[in-house]
Design a protein around this ligand. Sequence first.
Ligand SMILES: Cc1cc2nc3c(=O)[nH]c(=O)nc-3n(C[C@H](O)[C@H](O)[C@H](O)COP(=O)(O)OP(=O)(O)OC[C@H]3O[C@@H](n4cnc5c(N)ncnc54)[C@H](O)[C@@H]3O)c2cc1C
Length: 399
Amino acid sequence: MTTTSICDIFISGGGIAGLTAAAVFGTAGFDVICVDPTPPITESDTIGADMRTTALLQPARAMLMAAGIWEPLEPFSAALETMRIVDAGRPNGRLRDMKEFRASDLSESPFGWNFPNWRLKRELVNRLQTLRNVNFRTGVGAQSLFTRTAEARIGLTDGSTTLTKLVIAADGRASPLREAAGIPVHTTRYGQKALAFVVTHPVPHENVSTEIHKTGGPFTLVPLPNYDGTPSSAVVWMDDGSASLSRYKMPVDKFEAEITARSCQLYGPLTLKSKRSIWPIISQRAERLNGVRLALLAEAAHVVPPIGAQGLNMSLSDTQELLNLAKLRPEGLGDATMLDQYHKTRSKDIRLRLAGIDILNRTSQLKSAFLRDARSFGLKTLHEIRPVRHKLMRLGLGV
Ligand SMILES: Cc1cc2nc3c(=O)[nH]c(=O)nc-3n(C[C@H](O)[C@H](O)[C@H](O)COP(=O)(O)OP(=O)(O)OC[C@H]3O[C@@H](n4cnc5c(N)ncnc54)[C@H](O)[C@@H]3O)c2cc1C
């Protein structure tokens, strides 16, 4: 006999985006079922732990506070007060120029706060356990989707069925539910891979996030709380795929020498404190953000290279928009009016950010000396004109 469950909102995917959406909608009073075939890893030293960090930008805080997530998370964060952009485009990777963008130019709040991904998952799962109207099930995935105007029916891998008004596909860049709904994607491949890892360094970061540009892609150090009393940062290093792969396998002492040189010694010698993880870099956009009774969220809807901490923050804007629409007209949850509006409101911002990050990434890959000079000139000009500088910072924050 097949079992059938009923809920207001079904979320496919328990990555950071799906878990956050479950907490947000559960706290707002909706009955939520969220499923993921893979249980989230919520310890740093477990095999397969996501050692990346996520910088949550200022505008996300209010939503996370309202969903009861912010308070338990905050003690584990490092604030991002300053963004420093370094051009290391001189021969031998020497410094050419350095510009700083300060959050205090805009307001008293930092640009954002940086968290280890495993910690974010742990606090999100803890929060879901306190919400009686949220059922988070692991070891089971969404397998089929059948939609009608009045409701959606999702077949799960354990043979059970769920009936719901709104399906949220937060099941990643290869989203099975997006595929099931036949929504095409546009994908750009850059030939790059990103290495992500954690380091300690003798020079304190003073809450400055540093993005060092050189041919191949940016090398970004994002502040973390001290590691065993020593200043620490999360690093994302984007470069050509083959170069990244060989560094992924390199002996630790050789790797530490490379990352210290690539960081222009700004924080002194870097010591590796985590495993290295490697990520393919693509840009991807779903042609539509909605189907019948279906909303695409996060990487199911859009993927961007990790520049300017935009990826998950765009996903939180998706969630905020869905929540606004659901609260505005609860009786229309998941109907065509709600989901067409979701597509309309979010797709403009998503296209703009994808285009902006694409330009930044291509600029950071530049090989020709002339074009690298143009990059340096562009950075200087953008930084020196105060209204342009402020506008850029606001745009980056998503306000
Ligand atoms: C190196 C790197 C650094 C980054 N840094 C930042 C940053 O600083 N700030 C920022 O905002 N963003 C950052 N991002 C982007 C951010 O990590 C992603 O946007 C985010 O992790 C994606 O989350 P997601 O939940 O959409 O996808 P995923 O994490 O891929 O989650 C999808 C989930 O769906 C599940 N799933 C798959 N199939 C099914 C199924 N059939 N049924 C149910 N569930 C299923 C999977 O098991 C998985 O758990 C970074 C990305 C990279 C690569």
